[in-house]
Design a protein around this ligand. Structure first.
Ligand SMILES: NC(=O)c1ccc[n+]([C@@H]2O[C@H](COP(=O)([O-])OP(=O)(O)OC[C@H]3O[C@@H](n4cnc5c(N)ncnc54)[C@H](OP(=O)(O)O)[C@@H]3O)[C@@H](O)[C@H]2O)c1
Length: 98
């Protein structure tokens, strides 16, 4: 069974991607900074899973230690990471002068 890690996946696009992977029997590791939202997302996603599993890991992807912890938890739980999706982030306004 394959495993995907999706950063910033307690809501929005990351959460929607998590649902797609779960429906296709991938193990899914979700992540976010707000503990309540993370727990709520894990609870909701648990209802969708059949053969695969879901793991929630709290962490701020701006912090390298949290990224390492996310990877370690994923590998420890599922053995390996097949896809890592860097979804969490911000849109920076363009500095280009048109
Ligand atoms: N939506 C769009 O139209 C659009 C368009 C272009 C690009 N994007 C990009 O696509 C990505 C997702 O967008 P979205 O609209 O789905 O965002 P969103 O609804 O605001 O969701 C953001 C997710 O990222 C998590 N998050 C925020 N900061 C984080 C951090 N420092 N470390 C770990 N997790 C963090 C949030 O967790 P918490 O719940 O814990 O806060 C939440 O799960 C972003 O990178 C955004 O810039 C979005």
């Amino acid at each position: 069974m394959k495993t995907v890690v999706i950063t910033g996946s307690t809501r929005g696009l990351g959460y929607e991607m998590a649902k797609v992977f779960l429906r296709n029997d991938w193990n899914v590791v979700i992540n976010g900074v707000n503990e309540n939202r993370l727990n709520h997302a894990v609870e909701s996603l648990n209802e969708l899973k059949s053969k695969s599993d879901i793991l929630g890991v709290l962490g701020n992807i701006a912090n390298p230690e949290d990224i390492q912890n996310l990877m370690s938890n994923a590998v420890s739980q599922f053995g390996a990471v097949d896809i890592w999706i860097n979804n969490a982030g911000v849109n920076q306004p363009s500095k280009a002068i048109l």
